[in-house]
Design a protein around this ligand. Sequence first.
Ligand code: ACO
Length: 371
Amino acid sequence: MFQKGLKDVIAVHTKIASVDGEKGELRYRGVSIGDLIATHSFEEVAYFMWTGVLPGESELCILNEKLIAGRELPLHVVKIIDALPADIPLMDAMRTAISAYGHLAFKDEIIEGQALVLTAVLPVIIARHYRNQQGQSIVEADPTLSHTANYLWMLTGVIPNDVQVEALETYLKLTMEHGLNASTFAARVTISTESDLTSAITSAIGTMKGPLHGGAPSGVIDLLEEMETLGNIRPVIEAKMKRGERIMGFGHRIYKTEDPRSVLLRDKCISMSGEDDWLDLATAAEKEIISLLEEYKPGRKLYTNVEYYAAAIMRSIEMPPELFTPTFSAARIVGWTAHAIEQLSDNTIFRPQSVFVGEMVVLDERFHVER
Ligand code: ACO
């Protein structure tokens, strides 16, 4: 059986997450995402993804200590990041730094411990290269801050307020895992050769970078900027539809109803409403855009996807668009590492078949290149 892009092919049995596009349901290890993120921190949800159980008080204490210790970059990685030219994009810098981290840095650390260190260190890599790009001095990690708060601190050099931390943490928890997406599949293929975890994460970052996966979230910012005020929604959307353009932040390959991540991010936006005009514009524009899409594309079931409210939230916490995909990766690394652990627990190397569709010919002079 051949399916271009492996569309609808089941390649993995997993206990990590389930995505039901008809019901609009996302569950992490069987638990509804809404229930999980409402009551547990990024650190707790990550532990849950890696191990299948929630940490007790002492486990959480050890986990936090290890995550804080994991923020320290090895000297050779610091030197490599600092040697990168400022115009090297963040995703390239992340891929290079994680690759340079190398398997040997872990000595005898078990794979769950490696997952934890890589999750702790990725935001540090992002912040270091970002500040180098901006010509700003490096902000050292603050051990008194949580994973999310420390990321914002290292990016900006300003202690974030609770609203900013909660908004970003909601996004990080909602996007840390989404089944067998392209980057997670890349991580599983790499680890299935019994390669190492840093190689699997390097593959995943390289895959996440592409515009068909994680590389184009800033399109929603452009859309919201174009609409500016509520009166402009209809003319902006109608002009785009007439030109045959897609409305960024709407539609999803799997979800044919509301994307549950979008619903939860919208709730977050509504709770923050009044903090930022952008959030008000995004929430007010959603209904009107959906009804315009139904007018121009009847029956296609086009609702907001995770990018729509993610962009509004990122904008409200003043996260620059070039940090969107790196930040998405800093969340998704939890899913990548959880899948790598699961793959190794019952491994079979991925080796699908290809069908040769060229012509069978006899080797003759036609194959000799003219010199
Ligand atoms: N705006 C306008 N029309 C749309 C949109 C949209 N955002 N999305 C789908 N359609 C229309 C298509 O034009 C097509 O119409 P047709 O039947 O007249 O040809 C129909 O809906 C079906 O489109 P497909 O491309 O087959 O739908 P698919 O499920 O493959 O696409 C995708 C999903 C790529 C996300 C699409 O909805 C899209 O391009 N959205 C805008 C980009 C975006 O928001 N990307 C972020 C996705 S979330 C994530 O990746 C984490």
